[in-house]
Write a protein that binds this ligand. Structure first.
Ligand code: AHR
Length: 546
């Protein structure tokens, strides 16, 4: 039983992270940065030329992940049609309304590790006839199967998201997965299509993204790269969209399992898959993306607290989150060797903070709070993805509700939006906007032997010509005085909002849901010069309208 336990790769990944802290050049050690008196503000000059543009920041970078794990699905999304909690066909109305504001582009389901033990037939048909099974990965609890294929696709439709389905490679068969796809997608009157109609859905569903397994080097079956590759070839051939009309308009994207964390052995995994993709055989159907999983954790098993932590843990966790950049660079470089045109996307379909479970919660449920630090983690990672937008074209934060770095926490009928939720809402204008390079000297924030870039910034231009700036200040003590010189745009107005709170571990609770909530920020515009103050430990998004 997994019970949220730590795999051999995860343990190694944790070690790799610790080692990376002292790699020369990766980070400057404390003392290298100029010291600024505590509390005094730090000037930062930023230059943005809106006429210079880069890759599109795909909306799919803002994807979500919802696994049958803890209270992620049951209670978080599904309460059942008979529940006193207001719902539509069993799906919570409050959660749907909150998620709609995020314009969630896609939801990955049903796992995670759960996916490689999921048998879809147990989750269709009349609710009261579905079998109770076990969820051995996550607490060994009963899986009632009342949230299955139709319920997931109803949920995705209610929030306006596309479906990202992970099929069972570890303990399933290609035939089982192919049947699932035929059941979902065919418009022909096959036995499976008739069964779908009998279960309430005559028209075919659309599956936008297909994950072929999950972490098959670990919980997905302890496979070697070569063994997984042989499975990938078979699954990618037989598990397809059986609806020619859908294929014409919008082909289903197929995502292969890739590396997880910083273990150096994963370089070989990426090599193995990409080498095979380059020399692809005619029957080796397409692979559109290679997955990368990387959690923000100092070491596994996750022991750092999600609330009630001090500045040392704050700094260490932020340092760990910035390792995402190196990991993307490492695997992108391997991909570039075999795919210089960047046809295959790097898909970071599990990322986010992973802390010790909250005391008193069920083991294996991965329940944690979400603080100002998590808001910074969310913004810093999105910024990293945006800078690699030519290769990183999809990402899914783990996980949507009540699990790990969640958007939303629920307790019975109560619901609260987390600081991470607010960051995703503030970044909505970046969805499908065009990356605009920025230059700035970030300065350094130093604490207890750790030195991090104090300020981070990205910019993007949307379809209406509005220039968007996202700015973070990780320094928990000092504001940053931002002076921005804009070129390539004649700004008429600028406005934005900022997210911060009193303490580095400030959180939203059911009793105090708006402790960490965005507020308008004062922005001064003088010709092409834009200035504002970034509060300590804050995330700010500004729109500059032409
Ligand atoms: O998100 C929790 C788990 O982390 C997922 O099930 C698994 O893929 C990863 O190890």
């Amino acid at each position: 039983m997994r019970l949220g336990s730590v795999s051999r790769f995860r343990r190694a990944a944790g070690r790799a992270i610790v080692i990376a802290l002292v790699v020369p050049g990766a980070f400057t050690l404390a003392g290298a940065a100029p010291q600024v008196p505590a509390g005094s503000s730090v000037p930062v000059t930023i230059t943005v030329d809106a006429s210079r543009t880069g890759a599109t920041i795909r909306r799919h970078l803002f994807g979500q992940f919802a696994e049958h794990l803890g209270k992620g699905i049951y209670e978080g999304v599904w309460v059942g049609p008979e529940s006193p909690i207001p719902n539509t066909r069993g799906i919570r109305n409050d959660v749907v309304a909150a998620l709609k504001a995020l314009k969630v582009p896609n939801v990955r389901w049903p796992g995670g590790c759960f996916a490689d033990e999921y048998h879809w037939r147990k989750g269709i048909g009349p609710l009261n006839a579905r079998p109770a099974t076990l969820n051995p990965n996550w607490g060994g609890v009963i899986e009632p199967n009342t949230f299955g294929t139709h319920e997931f696709l109803d949920f995705a439709a209610q929030i306006g998201a596309e479906a990202f389905l992970s099929v069972n490679v570890g303990s399933g068969t290609p035939a089982e997965a192919a049947d699932w796809l035929e059941y979902l997608t065919t418009a022909e009157p096959t036995a499976l299509a008739k069964e779908r109609a009998a279960n309430g859905r005559a028209a075919p569903f659309k599956i936008a993204i297909l994950g072929i397994g999950n972490e098959n080097w670990d919980c997905g079956g302890n496979m070697s790269a070569e063994y997984y590759l042989s499975q990938l070839r078979i699954y990618s051939r037989f598990v397809r969209n059986f609806n020619p009309a859908q294929q014409k308009s919008d082909r289903m994207l197929k995502i292969a399992v890739g590396p997880g964390g910083g273990d150096p052995r994963f370089a070989e995994w990426t090599e193995t898959i990409m080498k095979s993709w380059k020399g692809r055989h005619w029957s080796w159907d397409h692979m559109d993306g290679l997955s990368l999983h990387n959690y923000t954790v100092v070491r596994f098993p996750a022991a750092y607290k999600s609330v009630g932590f001090g500045e040392q843990e704050y700094a260490e966790i932020l340092q760990a989150t910035l390792l995402m950049d190196g990991l993307i660079k490492q695997h992108s470089a391997i991909m570039d060797k075999y795919d210089p045109k960047k046809e295959v996307a790097l898909v970071v379909d599990e990322w986010g903070s992973w802390y010790a479970q909250l005391p008193g919660t069920t083991p294996g449920f991965l329940a944690q709070q979400n603080s100002v630090r998590d808001a910074l983690i969310a913004a810093l990672n999105i910024n990293i993805f945006a800078r690699h937008a030519d290769r990183v074209r999809m990402a899914n934060i783990a996980q949507m509700i009540n699990v790990l770095q969640a958007m939303i926490l629920t307790d019975g009928p109560k619901m609260v939006r987390t600081p991470t939720y607010h960051v995703f809402r503030m970044y909505v204008p970046f969805q499908d906007a065009t990356f605009v390079p920025v230059t700035f000297d970030a300065g350094r924030y130093t604490h207890g032997g750790i030195s991090l870039p104090r300020v981070d910034a990205i910019a993007a231009k949307d379809a209406s010509g509005t220039l968007w700036l996202a700015l973070t200040n990780v320094d928990p003590h000092r504001p940053a005085e931002i002076a921005t010189t804009l070129a390539g745009i004649t700004p008429r107005s600028a406005a934005g909002e900022t997210l911060t709170a009193g303490a580095i571990d400030s959180v939203n609770t059911f009793d105090a849901p708006d402790t960490v909530a965005p507020k308008p920020v004062e922005v001064k515009l003088d010709g092409r010069r834009l200035s504002l103050t970034l509060a300590p430990k804050s995330v700010t998004v500004i729109g500059v309208r032409p």
